[in-house]
Design a protein. Sequence first.
Length: 96
Amino acid sequence: MEKRNNRYHLQLKELSLKDGSAGDKNLDLDFENHDDLFKIFEVIKAKNIFEDENTAHEFALGLKLFTEVMLKNKQHPLFEDLRPAIMEFMKKLKSQ
């Protein structure tokens, strides 16, 4: 049986650069995640880990994108040393 995932579309638009110039790049990305990201956003926001809602969204999105790639590539040597620390971090985050 095929495992079903939630599907998402992310549109990233460069607005301005630190040198003061206008941004002109765009990235459209389709991806899947086993979690409902919008529920995750609500959970992180409700935990009040960060004062700013935008920061909470950045944190949740970055973490979920990263950990999903790590899960899909469990055996990749790049994640070998990081995996135990991420597992502990996730336990700590979920317990808050």
